[in-house]
Design a protein around this ligand. Structure first.
Ligand code: FES
Ligand code: FES
Length: 241
């Protein structure tokens, strides 16, 4: 039997290739156990607390941009990353060590105590300020409701997000439309036709391909989920800070 096609994706901007022989391994397990990327935390391990949230980016239809969504990495299976881009809390800080505005304000507003929820909070906050530039406190609370904090309380966290929103408005920071030409490079090219067959998993990008898959493999199990969205508005945030 031929070896399964490896899973290829960008991890913090660098291409990585992972053997596709463990289809039920989660993104969180890969991050923490295989890459020692322990900034991303495990809380409930069942998609409820938001401690494990990371950004997963996909090439937009125009092939010129990468759009990101925050996902619970504890219930996102590794093969679903094929052809995509993953960013974690460590990606927020600039190369020169400058904190991302959401990190900066979280410190100023005392939004972190034990810090266990903080990486997920920061990723969700970064996504929120880009997608909802006009968010008020109600929207902030709703959007962040999938991220649970059990020791700081939410006032500092909400205030930090509101301050970033205010600062971006005052500075007139527009969500950039700069095309990120084929940011995914050869890994992005892997998304066409975005179908990775392994000995025991298959990733299909269209509903139309499911009957073929079904006749080839009997009764396959289907999985979905992992993304976080709670209010109306843009579904993805761009590849920028
Ligand atoms: Fe709680 Fe993933 S660890 S949502
Ligand atoms: Fe401790 Fe949020 S800072 S759980």
């Amino acid at each position: 039997m031929p070896s399964p096609t490896p899973i290829r994706f960008l991890f913090r901007g660098q291409p990585v290739e992972v053997p596709a022989d463990t289809p039920t391994r989660t993104v969180l397990q890969w991050l923490r156990e295989d890459r020692q990327a322990c900034g991303t935390k495990e809380g409930c391990a069942e998609g409820d607390c938001g401690a494990c949230v990371v950004l997963v980016g996909e090439l937009a239809d125009d092939g010129q941009r990468v759009n990101y969504i925050p996902v619970n990495s504890c219930i996102q299976l590794l093969p679903t990353l094929d052809g995509k881009s993953v960013k974690t809390v460590e990606s927020l800080q600039a190369a020169d060590g400058t904190l991302h505005p959401v990190q900066d304000e979280m410190v100023r507003c005392h939004g972190s105590q034990c810090g266990f929820c903080t990486p997920g909070m920061l990723i969700a906050a970064r996504d929120l300020v880009l997608r909802h530039p006009d968010a008020d406190e109600a929207i902030v609370r709703l959007e962040m409701s999938g991220n649970l904090c059990r020791c700081t309380g939410y006032m500092g966290i909400v205030n930090a997000v509101l301050r970033v929103l205010r600062e971006r408005k005052q500075a007139n920071t527009a969500t950039p439309t700069t095309p990120h030409a084929l940011v995914l490079g050869p890994v992005g090219a892997h998304t066409a036709p975005m179908s990775t067959h392994t000995a025991s998993s298959s990733k299909e990008s269209t509903v139309g391909s499911l009957p073929t898959l079904e006749s080839a493999s009997g009764s396959p199990s289907m999985i979905a989920g992992g993304g976080l969205r709670r209010t109306d508005g843009p579904l993805t945030s761009p590849d920028q800070s």
